[in-house]
Ligand binder design. Structure first.
Ligand SMILES: Nc1ncnc2c1ncn2[C@@H]1O[C@H](COP(=O)(O)OP(=O)(O)O)[C@@H](O)[C@H]1O
Ligand SMILES: [Mg+2]
Length: 395
């Protein structure tokens, strides 16, 4: 797996259960995945030599991020390396312009957008859509970097000009009036088998996914089925191998629009580690290795995943002590830590909490209670503070 981040770390965890060890190409021995697998190649994902060393003797080469240049991947394919997903599919997760054009050609629902080549294009697009604009870099963004929800036309113009001056490819999108964000997570194997998990709701703060509710509560069953079908169809049309996350907007008037695609395990699928029969990490490996795919059924009526983000000021209490207190109070919480140092806003782990088997997704109080426990647990781990004022020493 190219990339030594938390996705590779958790994929390695799944590989162990399949009797495998994951080799990772990591930038440094401190990377989350490099800490846990014995089979590490240290190098850059933009270095052809390092990629070749990582691929040597491996059954397949896959990714924990989408930043490997496609020409380097194509060179590996030409030399017989099994690159999964293949570069002709992966490019749709690398470049938002390529992705938009392809989805348009496939008739998938997308926001109105335009490629920008000159600052005056911003005014023309603004006049056309008559609403707020989102400016995006075509490549290289993640966790909201490279995305500007412009507050007015002047900001949209200024941001666009800055990117164009740097030679960065830019697109504009209409700012979607949405009810919420959803994610359709599917997997596809080279054999052509597809599997979909139930569609989930994602909650982002400052462009970062902070919470996932699985399945999405209060979702029109037809819309849910449409999202799953769309995910499976896109996986097939694009030739994806492995996990595909289709980030979606549910619009205020009850329709679906595709935001973007990721071809790897995804933050919106972390709940599957405890809340589904097969986790996204195992499924990714099964797909990449062309095993039959695993069942995607639910373990509980609802599972909530809350990300642990580094606090503005790291707590004085050690993570070890925070864990002791968390487990004393919420023994049912499943914690997954990434082995990263704490920095403000950095994803350092996540917590999964499953709702009681007797509950129902239709019961808003039940869902709210599971969300409260998961977010309380994650906030405690990041801030060393209980959101409900609990005193962990009983004083
Ligand atoms: N067209 C849009 N309308 C409204 N919000 C958007 C739009 N595009 C992106 N966003 C918001 O910005 C977030 C990040 O955008 P995205 O394109 O997914 O970038 P990233 O690659 O950083 O994940 C989205 O999850 C959503 O909250
Ligand atoms: Mg996104």
């Amino acid at each position: 797996m190219v990339g030594g981040g938390q996705l590779a770390r958790m994929t390695h965890q799944a590989a162990v259960a399949l009797g495998q060890t994951l080799r990772v190409l990591a930038a440094s021995p401190d990377d989350p995945a490099a800490q846990v697998t014995p089979d590490v190649v240290i190098g850059s994902h933009t270095d052809a030599d390092a990629l070749a060393r990582a691929a040597a003797g491996a059954s397949a080469l896959t990714f924990d991020h989408e930043h490997v240049p496609t020409d380097l991947l194509q060179a590996l394919v030409d030399r017989g390396v099994n690159v999964a997903p293949p570069p002709h599919a992966l490019v749709h997760a690398q470049d938002k312009l390529v992705m938009r054009r392809r989805l348009e050609a496939l008739g998938a629902p997308i926001p109105r957008y335009v490629e920008v080549t000159a600052p005056t294009d911003v005014d023309a697009f603004a006049a056309q859509i008559d609403g707020p604009i989102v400016v995006k870099t075509a490549r290289g963004g993640y966790d909201g970097r490279g995305v500007t929800l412009a507050k007015d036309l002047a900001e949209a113009r200024a941001v666009t000009e800055r990117y164009l001056a740097d030679g960065t490819a830019v697109l504009l999108e209409e700012r979607v009036d949405m009810r919420r964000e959803l994610s359709a997570l599917v997997a596809r194997s080279p054999f052509g088998q597809g599997a979909a998990w139930p569609v989930v709701q994602t909650v982002q703060r400052d462009g970062i996914c902070v919470e996932v509710i699985a399945p999405a509560p209060d979702l029109d069953p037809e819309l849910g089925a449409e999202a799953e079908q769309l995910g499976l169809r896109l996986a097939g049309e694009l030739g994806v191998v492995g996990v595909l996350a289709v980030e979606l907007f549910e619009t205020a008037d009850g329709k679906l629009l595709v935001n973007e695609l990721a071809m790897r395990p995804h933050n919106s699928g972390h709940w599957t580690m405890n809340g589904a029969v097969t986790s996204q990490f195992e499924q990714h490996l099964r797909a990449v290795l062309d095993y039959p795919l695993g069942a995607t059924g639910l373990i509980a009526p609802v599972t909530v995943m809350a990300n642990v983000l580094g606090a503005p000021q790291a707590p004085e209490m050690s993570m070890d002590e925070r864990l002791h207190h968390l487990f004393a109070r919420l023994p049912e919480a499943s914690v997954h830590l990434y082995g990263k140092s704490e920095r403000p806003g950095r994803k350092i782990g996540h917590v999964n909490v499953l709702g009681a088997a007797s509950g129902s997704l239709e019961d808003a109080d039940y869902v709210a209670e599971v969300r409260e426990r998961a977010t309380r647990a994650a906030h405690w781990l990041s801030h060393g503070e209980w959101t409900d004022g609990w005193d962990e020493h009983g004083r």
